[in-house]
Ligand binder design. Structure first.
Ligand SMILES: O=C(O)C1=C[C@@H](OP(=O)(O)O)[C@@H](O)[C@H](O)C1
Ligand SMILES: C=C(OP(=O)(O)O)C(=O)O
Length: 434
């Protein structure tokens, strides 16, 4: 089914509500729960299509999983050696995280498996995980470094891997393979990336040590089932941070949002641009720092995004492009070539969409220069990218005419309740399906 959004201009965002569970943390809770000994009870799980794909994959390998039901999931962990050979290919859908992290898990099994996904996922680079996993002894066949991945489980040996790209998915894939490897596995990152895997492995009783920019573990240990809560997803909150910041009169309180410092780049970037964002009720949930976030309208200045903030805001650049379009002065993004290999080429797709709405965007190989202009109504194509669709929906708040956004069904991969929450907060969004 194709879904379009029609967003009418002229409203503010108001209210208070929790944002749904963090997608990265939800994937990891399912993976570690399945591989642990004993029962894992998860609350606050994101019931998005990406996470449902990870759940289905572990069910297909014999793991008994009840739910999800209102964010609650009960996993009867089978232990690191308890997975069974799947009878059919494992479908990761639209999810790079599911495919890359599962490649790490499957590389060290005693059986063969195949990972497939949708058309977008089959275009994304998998060589970045195949290379270190192969160096550990894995046997994985791909076409031109792309899915489908055919994995023949093999005995693995630990490695010390210097990651050429700052990628939490690569780091996590190698660490998960390291659980099955003989000896020590260390991953060194060129810049800090989200550290949910390291935190959660420790939470499941598996020691991961941090040595400078390296995360290290010894193979052959055990994971113990846990009860855990998933914090709200700052990457989902980001669309509301954007909307409330750009729409005069807005005042929102987003409850229970994860503020892990490896994820808060968007707060830093928007604040440097002049946004009015306050963190309150700081606490810890599931080994992760969490806060309520109040955001009110504020006029924005342009920014040259400091390159060190790019990995810390890697999924938030669609929202950033719209914020930059609404600022008083131009903005420059550099060092963000990774955006070209997400669910869509997020530099080209955001540039095309903003140009269709009257904003000047000069594309660069690793970013863009965005020259603000009044946002007009018009039609934009999200190219099936959930974050592009949600970013343009928020642009509708300040546009001079209606914005029609095409190909929005994949919003359900990360934020199925987005249309309802956005409407409740005051966005005039109509969902049209055909
Ligand atoms: O590890 C994760 O959960 C993720 C890591 C990031 O990808 P990269 O590792 O490709 O940077 C991010 O874009 C993705 O949405 C989720
Ligand atoms: C890049 C993303 O996810 P993934 O890599 O898991 O598809 C995202 O959610 O923006």
């Amino acid at each position: 089914m194709t879904i379009r959004y029609l967003v009418r201009p002229g409203s503010a965002l108001k209210g208070r509500f929790p944002v749904p569970g963090d997608k990265s943390i939800s994937h990891r809770s399912v993976i570690l729960g399945a591989l642990a000994e004993g029962v894992t009870e998860i609350s606050g799980l994101l019931e998005g299509d990406d996470v449902l794909a990870t759940i289905a994959a572990f069910r297909a390998m014999g793991v008994v999983i009840a739910g999800p039901d209102h964010g609650h999931l009960r996993i009867e962990g089978v232990g690191l050696r308890g997975l069974k050979a799947p009878q059919t290919p494992l479908d990761c859908g639209n999810s790079g995280t599911a495919m890359r992290l599962m490649a790490g898990v499957l590389a060290g099994q005693t059986f063969a498996s195949t990972l497939v996904g949708d058309a977008s996922l089959h275009k994304r680079p998998m060589g970045r995980v195949l290379q270190p996993l192969t160096a550990m002894g894995a046997e994985i066949h791909a076409q031109d470094g792309k899915a489908p991945l055919q994995i023949q489980g093999k005995p693995l040996t630990g490695i010390h891997y210097d990651m050429p790209v700052a990628s939490a998915q690569v780091k996590s894939a190698v660490l998960l393979a390291g659980l099955y490897a003989q000896g020590e596995t260390c991953v060194t990152e060129p810049a800090p990336t989200r550290d949910h895997s390291e935190r959660m492995l420790n939470g499941f009783g598996y020691m991961v040590s941090r040595q400078g920019s390296s995360a290290c573990l010894q193979g052959g240990g055990r994971l113990s089932g846990q009860s855990m809560q998933v914090p709200g997803d700052i990457s989902s909150a980001a669309f509301f941070l954007l909307g409330a910041t750009i729409a005069p009169g807005s005042d929102l309180l987003l409850e229970g949002v994860g503020i892990n410092p490896t994820r808060t780049g968007i707060i830093e970037i928007l604040t440097r641009m002049g946004a009015r964002i306050d963190l309150t009720a700081l606490r810890e949930i599931g080994g992760e720092p969490v806060a309520d976030i109040r955001v009110r309208y504020a006029p924005l200045q342009g920014i040259d995004v400091p390159p060190h903030l790019v990995p810390l805001a890697i999924d938030e650049f669609p929202a950033f492009f719209v914020a930059a379009a609404c600022a008083k002065t131009p903005s420059t993004l550099t060092g963000a070539e990774e955006l070209r290999v997400k669910e869509s080429d997020r530099i080209t797709v955001m540039a095309e969409g903003l140009r269709a709405l009257g904003v000047g965007v000069e594309e660069r190989p690793d970013g863009a220069v965005i020259t603000p202009a009044p946002i007009k109504g018009g039609q934009v194509d999200s190219h099936g990218d959930h974050r592009i669709a949600m970013a343009f929906a928020m642009a509708g708040l300040v546009a001079s005419g209606s914005i029609e956004i095409l190909d929005c069904a994949n919003v359900a991969t990360s934020f199925p309740s987005f249309p309802a929450l956005a409407q409740a907060a005051g966005l005039s969004l109509e969902q049209l399906s055909a």
